[in-house]
Design a protein around this ligand. Structure first.
Ligand code: SF4
Length: 175
């Protein structure tokens, strides 16, 4: 996997001060996407051991509330495979920190997979279950609303993943 950029002290993409990892590769191609350069799966730098260790080291800082995954599309199948072992390490080393993920796919709250069935992999369920918050759905220009917190268009949901998977129905983290 490649990543487009990393923001080390981001306050715009989740609660608190967070590390935001913008991965490369996205097949949604939403109209007026904010980050079109990251549609290319080979854009940016390799998400290798060195950068993963740097993120894990930085996360030790008390002022960081956690990590946010954005894109590009973190849940494209090949990105799921790369993110799964890394997120597992984040979870093991920092159980008190939160993990947010932004995806253009839609969560099927009943199955705990993605509605877009062909995008589910052997990692999808396990990866989703490690997230605290999932902001799901594509960016829809016609539904853009700048008053919305942590999302761009009103079709997108800010989901409390753990409560949702437990209940088998969507529980929003933020209205
Ligand atoms: S899902 Fe995100 S990165 Fe992908 S095209 Fe839509 S807005 Fe852009």
């Amino acid at each position: 996997m490649h990543y487009a950029t990393i923001k080390w002290t981001d306050i715009a993409n989740g609660e608190g001060v967070r590390i935001s990892l913008f991965v490369s590769g996205c097949t949604h191609h939403c109209k007026n996407c904010f980050n079109q350069v990251a549609w290319d799966f080979h854009y940016g730098s390799a998400f290798d051991e060195e950068i993963q260790e740097k993120i894990l080291k930085e996360l030790k800082s008390d002022y960081l509330a956690g990590i946010s995954l954005l894109g590009g599309e973190p849940l494209e199948p090949q990105n799921q495979e790369a993110l799964y072992p890394f997120i597992k390490k984040v979870k093991q080393q920092f159980p008190e920190k939160t993990i947010w993920c932004y995806t253009g796919f839609v969560l099927d709250e009943m199955s705990g997979d993605l509605v877009e069935k062909h995008k589910n992999t052997q990692y999808t369920k396990a990866l989703l279950s490690m997230f605290d918050v999932l902001v799901d759905g594509p960016y829809v220009e016609e539904l853009k609303d700048i008053r919305l917190k942590f999302r761009g268009s009103s079709n997108q949901r800010v989901i409390d993943v753990k409560k949702t998977l437990h209940a088998g129905k969507c529980v929003l983290y933020l209205e």
